[in-house]
Design a protein. Structure first.
Length: 100
């Protein structure tokens, strides 16, 4: 079960994340099509599933289609962040109001 502040890492690349909003229980958070592991665990060197190696960007936030799950990338990598095999969407920054 995901929780706010949890640190996870990929088993297929160098991607590391922090969970900002955990979303509903039972989500299968993956990177490169493979399950992510807790930061302290040693990942097994696995290959990404074909089509799930588009990468993640350092310092960017990703969310699921419902907007309930939100993660922050703390170390970029080559794997695609997804729920199962459904890629997460890049979360655009909200523009600040003008102070004019």
């Amino acid at each position: 079960m995901l929780r706010t502040g949890a640190r996870l890492r990929s088993q297929v690349c160098t991607t590391e994340i922090i969970v900002v909003r955990p979303g509903p229980a039972g989500l299968d958070l993956t990177c490169g099509g493979r399950p992510m592991v807790a930061y302290g665990e040693d990942p097994q060197p696995l290959e990404p599933i074909e089509g799930l190696a588009t990468g993640s960007e350092l310092g960017k936030r990703y969310t699921d289609p419902s907007g309930e799950l939100e993660i922050l990338v703390t170390k970029a990598g080559s794997g695609t962040l997804a729920i199962g095999k459904e890629p997460l969407a890049f979360k655009e920054a909200k523009p600040l109001p003008s102070s004019d």
